[in-house]
Design a protein around this ligand. Structure first.
Ligand code: NAD
Length: 260
């Protein structure tokens, strides 16, 4: 009998990560997560099992090192690492962004990708098999005004996916970057509110502006992203590595359409 494959999702206790956890479970994965939100972790454990999740700030290298083995060692393998953790960061003109806000966005959106991947690679190399997905964003391909540290981190996630695809391909480890467009839900509602405040326009105007950014004129759903994750994790993704995959209804432009 083949042992159950294991997926580790960073920040998987809610949002997109949780939708991916549910979809991967349906395809037969045992799903594990590290998330900073203790209440969300408790709910995750109720749904996915006692040993499926631990509280961890994945932007803190020492916390990741301290909890990684407690979570993963009982399962002895990680078949899929989904570096999903990320925050929107400050939404301000670059000259107004404070150093602390810049640093914390880079710590969560970029440095956590490095911290987790370096823990997982030895396990994948020893089995000569694995899939790593870095969560980027349309903003990581096209740039996005008022979101400098987010763009810097998401652009880097693509560069790392391409670099690690080269470095790890000989071990049969595939690495790709995912670029969702704006995902419908509470998070984009917060981004829209903040953007509207900063620009002094209505939230409806900002919402329409965001929806016009994609050819399909709609927001992405977490389930759209989960479907891509499952595809790449499965045999259909066997020869897909080093790619930057849009799940975005075709982003036409993230340019600022409300110039002063
Ligand atoms: P979300 O705001 O819903 O947060 C998901 C989880 O992240 C939460 O459970 C939260 O507790 C956890 N988290 C936050 N900081 C953490 C930390 N330091 N350590 C551990 N866990 C932490 O996010 P989401 O909308 O599900 O986004 C997930 C990923 O998708 C992010 O990388 C985001 O940049 C990316 N993305 C989102 C959108 C979108 O529109 N929502 C679009 C493109 C890309």
């Amino acid at each position: 009998m083949t042992a159950q494959p294991v997926a580790l999702i960073s920040a998987g206790a809610s949002g997109i990560g949780l939708a991916c956890a549910r979809a991967l479970t349906e395809t037969g994965y045992r799903v594990l997560t590290l998330d900073i939100d203790a209440e969300a972790i408790t709910r995750f454990q109720e749904e996915f099992g006692e040993s499926s999740a631990l509280v961890c700030d994945v932007s803190d290298a020492s916390q990741v090192e301290a909890v990684f083995h407690s979570l993963v060692d009982p399962h002895q393998r990680v078949d899929l690492l989904f570096n999903n953790a990320g925050i929107a960061g400050p939404q301000q003109p670059v000259e107004d962004i404070g150093v602390a806000a810049w640093q914390s966005t880079i710590d969560i959106d970029l440095n956590s990708v490095f911290y987790l991947t370096r823990c997982v690679i030895p396990l994948m190399k020893s089995r000569r098999s694995g899939v790593i997905l870095n969560m980027s964003s349309s903003a990581g391909r096209y740039g996005c005004p008022m979101r400098s540290p987010y763009v810097a981190a998401k652009w880097a996630a693509i560069g790392l996916a391409q670099t690690w695809a080269m470095e790890l391909g000989p071990w049969n480890i595939r690495v790709n970057a995912l670029c969702p467009g704006s995902v419908g839900g509470e998070r984009i509602d917060r981004v829209i509110d903040c953007d509207a405040d900063e620009r002094g326009v209505t939230t409806d105007e900002i919402r329409r502006m965001y929806q016009r950014q994609s050819s399909l004129r709609d927001f992405v759903s977490p389930e759209d992203i989960a479907a891509m994750v499952c595809f790449l994790a499965g045999s259909g993704g066997r020869m897909i590595s080093g790619q930057t995959l849009g799940i975005d209804g075709h982003t036409e432009s993230l340019a600022n359409w409300l110039d002063p």
